[in-house]
Design a protein around this ligand. Structure first.
Ligand code: URP
Ligand code: ZN
Ligand code: ZN
Length: 450
């Protein structure tokens, strides 16, 4: 973090990149907001700190709408907290993130929201919260509208997997969507058929198939596909907009594309690990300790799924690339499932790497344009989650959350140098080309390389 950063900043000679355009313009920042964009003369901006961004891109700060910091699980909390996770996010160009309130069963949502808000206040970056619905009963149902109207929560998340802990069923989801839809909110859904998964897990364990690699077999593509089908159907009948998190399958992407074409309000997300890794990470020849870092739900899929997901970024099927950042240490957390794959906490980290990975393997590989990149990591998530009037664009009056992007930056991702708090790294050895030179948060410089 840079101390005593000036409040007035003039960035000259860069290329401003938004979801629509790339233009050579200067940008002035004052009092935490973007003051002006255009041809701005330093001589007429006395008192401004001038940054020469020749050869660099100016982007709206990254917006990651799906992270789990200090997520409580039976294996302990996910190992980045709001402070460490937000510092890693900022280093990677993400200035705003959204986490979740996950009420304990029996706990009031609004009480859980109060406690979680106090934790989230530790974030150095901007931070918002969605509310998870971890059980369904009349008390929970009665809390939804006050949550929207009095606490300003717009997005509610349901897990169709994890039936033994926080998951709910389709009938319960239907009722949730009726209430949220008519109150003007949005329902986010983890689409994996919980009953199918529980049955497959029990069958595998009964056959003595306890190793980490069986996680993927217990979460087959059909579990996601069936669940996406059903959720789209529910969105159509309830008229409630849905946001499908972490889509991993080609068929899931096709279903989403068709639903959107027919006018159903489905927003969708995929994550870097589904775009960049493949199911070789679950090879049964690998030692279990090598497999465990990759235990995420849904699991990482095959190459043909991966290809369709990339197409979905450029053909508009997906609105957002989010991280689902949820790291657990290999030693002491993931390895609790050494004798039973169902006990391995699900999740992995990438909050620090999302922009660099998508730029290197998306933009530079000509799979997406620079404008699509900005849309996927910043503009669309800000719009979908109700902050499109303040974030995700470079316009006068918008929050001065800005990244000066250096296309010449090179690096190698490693557990040895990442800021994320985790003793493993699923992108170990990945080369990245292009990264943040300077990160400005609410008008203050918080990271600067050059
Ligand atoms: O494996 C995952 N995705 N862990 C985080 C919780 C969730 O399902 O989003
Ligand atoms: Zn999930
Ligand atoms: Zn998640």
């Amino acid at each position: 973090m840079e101390e005593n950063a000036l409040d007035k900043i003039l960035i000259i000679n860069g290329t401003l990149v938004t979801a629509e355009t790339s233009v050579k313009e200067d940008i002035a920042v004052e009092n935490g907001k973007i003051k002006d964009c255009g041809n701005l003369n330093p001589a007429s901006h006395p008192g401004y700190r001038v940054i020469d961004a020749s050869g660099k891109f100016i982007l709206p700060g990254g917006f990651d709408p799906h992270v789990h910091l200090s997520l409580p699980t039976p294996a302990g909390k996910s190992c980045d907290d709001f402070r460490s996770g937000s510092l890693a996010a900022l280093a990677g160009g993400t200035t705003y993130m959204m986490d979740f309130v996950t009420p304990r069963r029996g706990q009031s949502i609004r009480e859980a929201l109060r406690l979680r808000s106090a934790e989230a206040a530790e974030s150095i970056a901007g931070c918002g919260l969605h509310v998870g619905i971890s059980e369904w009963n009349p008390t929970v149902a009665a809390e939804i509208v006050p949550c929207i109207e009095q606490d300003g929560i717009r997005s509610f998340k349901a897990y169709l997997a994890y039936r033994e802990s926080i998951g709910i069923g389709y009938g319960e989801l239907h009722e949730l969507m009726l209430i949220v839809g008519s109150a003007g909110g949005l329902v986010m859904v983890h689409c994996e058929d919980g009953e199918m998964i529980s049955r497959l897990q029990a069958e595998l364990l009964q056959q003595g198939k306890t190793r980490a690699c069986y996680h993927a077999m217990s979460h087959p593509p059909e579990a996601e596909i069936r669940s996406i089908e059903k959720v789209i159907e529910l969105s159509a009948v309830t008229n409630c907009p849905v946001y499908i998190v972490h889509t991993s399958t080609a068929r899931g992407a096709d279903l989403i594309a068709a639903a959107r074409k027919s006018g159903i309000r489905v927003f969708s997300e995929t994550c870097p690990h589904y775009l960049l890794l493949d199911d070789a990470v679950y090879d049964s020849a690998l030692d279990d300790m090598k497999v465990m870092p990759y235990i995420v739900s849904p699991p990482i899929r095959g190459r043909s799924d991966q290809q369709r997901l990339w197409e979905g970024l450029s053909d508009g099927t997906f609105d957002v690339v989010a991280t689902d950042h949820c790291p657990f240490n290999l030693h002491g957390q993931k390895d609790r499932g050494a004798n039973n794959f169902t006990k391995i906490p699900n999740g992995a980290g990438s909050i620090e790497h999302r922009l660099r990975l998508l730029y290197t393997y998306g933009v530079l590989a000509n799979k997406i344009t620079m404008n699509q990149f900005v849309s996927l990591v910043s503009t669309r998530p800000a719009e979908i989650f109700g902050l499109g009037h303040r974030k995700g664009k470079l316009l006068p009056g918008y929050d001065a959350d800005i990244v000066i992007w250096d296309p010449e930056y090179t690096g190698t991702i490693s557990v040895k140098n990442h800021l994320e708090h985790c003793d493993s790294e699923i992108y170990e050895g990945f080369q990245v080309l292009g990264g943040p030179d300077t990160v400005i948060l609410s008008g203050k410089i918080v990271n600067r390389k050059s």
